[in-house]
Write a protein that binds this ligand. Sequence first.
Ligand SMILES: Nc1ncnc2c1ncn2[C@@H]1O[C@H](COP(=O)(O)OP(=O)(O)OP(=O)(O)O)[C@@H](O)[C@H]1O
Ligand SMILES: Nc1ccn([C@H]2C[C@H](O)[C@@H](COP(=O)(O)O)O2)c(=O)n1
Length: 382
Amino acid sequence: MAEDDLFGFLLLSQTAVSKRATIIKDLKQQDCEIVYQEWVSLDLDRAKKFLQLYSKPDEQANYEEDKVNKLTENSCLALVVKKTQLSATFKELFDGQTSQRDVETGLFSTKYGLPVDSFYYSTDKNNAKECIEFLFPNLDIHNMMENNPRKYLESTVVPILTSGLTQLCKMEQKPEHPCEWLGQYLIQHDPTLSPKKKIYFILGGPGSGKGTQCEKLVEEFHLCHLSAGDLLRKEMQSGSSHGQLIDRMIRDGEIVPGHITIELLKNAMEEQTQSSGFLIDGFPRKLDQAGAFEKWIGDFEFILFLDCPQEEMEQRLLKRGQVSGRSDDNLDSIRKRFTTFVETTMPVVEYYRSRDKLVQVDASRSVEEVYKDIRTYFIEST
Ligand SMILES: Nc1ncnc2c1ncn2[C@@H]1O[C@H](COP(=O)(O)OP(=O)(O)OP(=O)(O)O)[C@@H](O)[C@H]1O
Ligand SMILES: Nc1ccn([C@H]2C[C@H](O)[C@@H](COP(=O)(O)O)O2)c(=O)n1
C-alpha cells in the first residue's frame, strides 16, 4: 500500500464550511476515518503562508486575492482523514467535474456545486504533514501518522482526559458516577466524533419575542437556549462581585461589559454537554461583544433578528411587567432599553446584515405566524 495514499489533509474554506455535514457524511460513507478535525482562523499572513505550503504538483503557489479572502473571512474547518487509496476518494469528491454549465461558464465546480478552490486537500504524506503542522503546531501529527498507539493516545486522548479531570475536580457537586461522567466527557469532546456545535444568536428589541420563540425552537430542534439577560440576572442574584453593577445597568437599560457576559456564556456552554447546538438569546448587544465572542468561544451560523415596532413591544412588556417581577419591565426602564437597542444593538444588526450573516423575520405577528417563518431557517441549517 502506498504510504502517500493513506493519510490526507483536507481544508474546507468559508464557502464549503456550510456543507460540512454532507461532506463528512460522504467521507464516512466512503470508509474514511476522520482522525482529527478542528476549526482554524487564518489571518492574511497565515493564509498566504498556507497557500505557499499548499501546492498541488501541477500548480504553482499563488495568492489570488479571492483565495486569500475565502480563507480569511471566516473560520475554516481542517480535517485529517485516513483511508487506503484516499487520493481517489478526494479526487472524486473535491476535484472539478465538468458539467454543461461549467463548459459554458469556463468555471469548474465540484459535486457540491462549489468552486474547486473551496477545498484544499493533499494525500502526499509530506505535504499533508506540513500543512497540518502549520495549522496545528501543537498536534502531534507525526505520531498520529506513524501509528504509534502510545504516542497517539498521548497527543489525542490524554489532553481531553486531563481537561475532563480538571473540570471534575472543580465541580462543587460531584457526579454520582465519576467514571461514567468522564467517559461521556471524552466522547463529547472527541473532535473526530462530535461535529462542532452550531451557535445561533437571537436578537430583537426588548419584548420582540426572543425568549418566546427560543422556547419553540428548543422544543423542535433540541438546541440549548441560553439567555444572556437571564444569566446576568442569575449572576446578580448570586451575590457575585459584579452583582451591584449588573443590577444598576439592567435598571438603566444599559449594556453590561461584554467580558462579564461572555464569561457567563462560556461557563454555561461548557456545562451543557447534551445539546447539538446553542441558541444565544439577547447577544451580541454591542459590536465588540460579537468580535470577542468569536475570538474566545467560536464562530456562529447566523443572527436571527426579530423585527417589531416599538409600540407593539412596549405593550407586550407592560403586560409582562404585571407578572414578571423584572426590575426593568416598567415604562421608565423600557424606554431606556429601547434607546440602547436603537443606538447600540441596531449597528450589530446592520453590520451582520451587510455580511450576509443575518436573517430577519417580522415579529409583530402572532407567536405561531412568526415561528412558522423562523423554523424554515433552522430546518435549512441544522
Ligand atoms: N408574537 C407575539 N405576540 C404577542 N405577544 C407576544 C409575542 N411574542 C411574545 N409575546 C409576549 O410578549 C412578552 C415578551 O416576550 P419575550 O419575553 O419572549 O420577549 P423578549 O424579546 O425575550 O424580551 P426581553 O428582551 O425583554 O427579554 C411576553 O409576555 C410574551 O408572552
Ligand atoms: N448581552 C447582554 C444581554 C443583556 N444585557 C442586560 C441589559 C438588558 O436590558 C438586560 C435584559 O436583557 P434581556 O432579558 O432583555 O435580553 O440585561 C446586557 O447587558 N448584555
